[in-house]
Design a protein. Structure first.
Length: 165
């Protein structure tokens, strides 16, 4: 299993778009073609914004984006780890953690000290278990998290939220 930037493996752009659009955008009014077009800057970029693809040879397994903005209510926070997706047959094998780690490393290479992420409250335990710290609850129905950029083994985010210990 390899994780490659979409700029190196643009042949996976349609798969990345399909998974992301079906999971989060299909009912938004944005077409699949419109969502796919949002990936073009990531194909052209070697740094940031970025899409990272997990694959075995020519078979897509999962992907994650590193983007400027994923929550309009928090425009001052950047970058965002977004659209984390692992195909169902490959879940519970550590691939999501590897994709998060790859996004953190990409953010560090781009010069960012931290990464942000927003998710529905039912996903909080998943992200907290992977070293994210929760910054806020219920921002437009989502929880907001932060984690240091850098290698996957980097120290977890400090406890800076919700009256931390």
């Amino acid at each position: 299993m390899r994780i490659s930037p979409l700029s190196v493996r643009p042949d996976f752009a349609d798969a990345v778009a399909d998974r992301g659009w079906r999971a989060w955008w299909s009912e938004s009014g944005l077409s699949l073609a419109g969502y796919r077009a949002l990936l073009d800057p990531m194909i052209a970029s070697r740094d940031y914004p970025a899409a990272l693809v997990a694959h075995e040879g020519g078979a897509y397994r999962g992907s994650v984006l590193l983007i400027e903005d994923d929550l309009a209510a928090r425009p001052g926070l950047t970058p965002w780890i977004a659209a984390l997706w692992v195909d169902p047959a490959h879940r519970r094998q550590g691939l999501a953690g590897r994709l998060i780690g790859a996004a953190r490393e990409q953010a560090a290479r781009a010069g960012f000290p931290t990464c942000h992420l927003c998710a529905t409250p039912d996903k909080a335990a998943f992200y907290l278990a992977r070293g994210f710290a929760r910054l806020e609850r219920d921002v437009e129905g989502l929880d907001v998290f932060v984690i240091p950029s850098g290698p996957a083994g980097a120290e977890a985010a400090p406890d800076i939220r919700e009256g931390g210990a």
